[in-house]
Design a protein around this ligand. Structure first.
Ligand SMILES: Nc1ncnc2c1ncn2[C@@H]1O[C@H](COP(=O)(O)OP(=O)(O)O)[C@@H](O)[C@H]1O
Ligand SMILES: [Mg+2]
Length: 291
């Protein structure tokens, strides 16, 4: 791997994470993972295996404490950086449960995120994001870029004048996530898809959005309980997370095996003790999707 590529690869080594409330109770117990530019890595695992904890730890969520290991990205130890700085470094972290901000329009919200990102992690004083001559994005360019991304995601222009997540359906929240990602053009995207109630509409929006944005500079960590999303987004690598560790990595066939067998057999193969019946470890669609 060249030095350049190493900087553009997310490198996770021996990552251990505990909840702030119970710092001696580690949820993640030594995660090793590398996501290079252009690669899509899927993380699958039974409920409670630590998938969301991994996403939160990577985004710097204050409810979690890092008890060991390191994470480097763009040549920096990101665990020392605030969530805000991580995003200035080109990381995009989609929220599983985004909050509503009545009074703030989607356009203003994305414009301030974009402006913050333009200043870079060290807040280059020569760059004035509000001034096109000083490296900023003019209102005209911003609108042009917004129109281009709306078209890419097949979204209506009226969407951007609505208030952030205010009265949004599940599908609309996903659309906003995809639009933010398209506008911010991250080099690393971490998407945590919900374990339950991922309706067909939301699934399609995420799949189409991600596929429209795939490019050789973008690494993606796609966290998902159901293999079905992987019918639409083709992962390069599939990892199985169980009891806080990656117990197996493989290709897409691994996800297909999980769909057939559930998590039971693969967990046993890894020598893990399972205290629930195998049926509880199947990837069956939630009842709401059955019809
Ligand atoms: N903030 C927290 N405080 C205490 N326990 C937590 C916290 N977050 C997660 N856990 C516990 O850690 C385990 C893994 O949770 P999570 O990362 O949400 O798993 P997954 O997303 O794979 O379902 C679960 O047993 C959960 O109850
Ligand atoms: Mg989760």
């Amino acid at each position: 791997m060249t030095t350049d590529n190493a900087d553009r690869t997310l490198i996770i080594r021996g990552l251990r994470v505990a909840p702030m409330a119970k710092p001696d109770h580690e949820i993640l117990q030594g995660i090793d993972l590398e996501v290079a530019p252009g690669e899509v890595h899927a993380i699958m695992g039974p409920n409670g295996s630590g998938k969301t904890t991994l996403a939160y730890a990577l985004m710097g969520h204050p409810a979690y404490v890092i008890t060991g290991g390191e994470v480097t990205w763009q040549g920096r130890d990101i665990l020392k950086l605030s969530a805000d700085k991580r995003s200035r470094l080109g990381m995009f972290l989609a929220f599983q449960y985004p909050t509503a901000v009545p009074g703030l329009s989607v356009a203003s919200f994305i414009r301030s995120a974009l402006n913050a990102k333009l200043q870079g992690i060290d807040k280059n004083p020569d760059i004035d994001p509000t001034d096109a001559i000083k490296g900023g994005v003019s209102m005209l360019d911003f609108r042009r870029r917004m129109r281009e991304k709306l078209a890419l995601l097949k979204m209506d222009e009226s969407f951007v004048s609505r208030y952030v997540n205010d009265g949004f359906s599940g599908g609309e929240k996903k659309r906003l996530e995809m639009l933010q990602m398209a506008m911010l053009e991250p080099q690393l995207a971490i998407l945590d898809e919900t374990d339950s109630g991922l309706d067909i509409d939301a699934l399609r929006i995420v799949a189409e959005g991600v596929n429209a944005m795939l490019n050789p500079d973008l690494g993606i960590l796609l966290i998902t309980h159901y293999q079905r999303l992987l019918n639409h987004i083709k992962p390069d690598v599939v990892h199985v997370l169980a009891q806080g560790r990656i117990i197996k990595s493989g290709g897409r066939d691994l996800a297909i095996r999980l769909e057939d067998e559930g998590y039971g057999p693969i967990l046993r193969e890894a020598g893990l003790e399972i205290d629930v019946p195998d049926d509880a470890l199947r990837l069956d669609e939630p009842a709401v999707l059955a019809h």
